[in-house]
Design a protein around this ligand. Structure first.
Ligand code: SF4
Ligand code: SF4
Length: 188
């Protein structure tokens, strides 16, 4: 599935003009958008874009969103303090809810500036099969977690909106997923 990054697109309109399927339009926010029903997967928009904004996303990724109630992303505390992880599978532009996983309870040593390795290990034990973790705040254990997962910061509270933000920014998430030295990425 071809997807255009709103963070890279400058709205030049080259892809809109050249797309053989007339699948691309510039939306009212000023960036190009692909109508997936019309796209014939030719890849021309990838070749033509001066910004490298279009990408063929073939990856299937599993997301864990830290939450206490399944409706709001964990507020005020690190993702590792979440009661649950809401697990979602991304594929072909869609996010499908898979399950709710209960987090472990573990008292973190807040005096440690590098996080608690034992806690990171415990939390990881409930994140089997996960590729990306999403929270509002990620604690000092991010230095360990980022080796296993792409850490994503999203400050919107509603999980419905979080899901939309993930889909809108999938190019950046996939790029980070393939990096050796990952960083947490902040998405709006
Ligand atoms: S060619 Fe690239 S920068 Fe120009 S509108 Fe299309 S996606 Fe955006
Ligand atoms: S892959 Fe081809 S058909 Fe699909 S949006 Fe890009 S240029 Fe258009």
């Amino acid at each position: 599935m071809f997807h255009i990054s709103k963070n890279k697109c400058v709205g030049c309109g080259l892809c809109e003009e050249k797309c053989p399927a007339k699948a691309i339009s510039i939306n009212n926010q000023g960036f190009a958008f692909i109508d997936q029903e019309k796209c014939i997967q030719c890849g021309l928009c990838v070749d033509i874009c001066p910004q490298g904004a279009s990408k063929n996303i073939t990856e299937k990724l599993t997301f864990a969103i830290g939450t206490d109630d399944g409706k709001i992303i964990k507020q005020g505390e690190h993702i590792g303090e979440s009661e649950y992880f809401s697990i979602w599978d991304y594929s072909e532009g869609k996010m499908a809810f898979r399950e709710k996983r209960e987090n472990i309870k573990y008292e973190e040593d807040e005096t440690s500036s590098h996080g608690n390795p034992e806690k990171a290990k415990k939390v990881s034990s409930v994140l089997t099969g996960v590729d990306v973790i999403a929270g509002k705040i990620i604690g000092p254990n991010v230095v360990r977690m980022k080796k296993k997962y792409v850490p994503v910061i999203i400050r919107e509270p509603s999980i419905d909106r979080v899901i939309e933000i993930i889909k809108e920014n999938i190019n950046e998430i996939v790029d980070e997923y393939h990096k050796q030295d990952r960083k947490a990425i902040i998405l709006n």
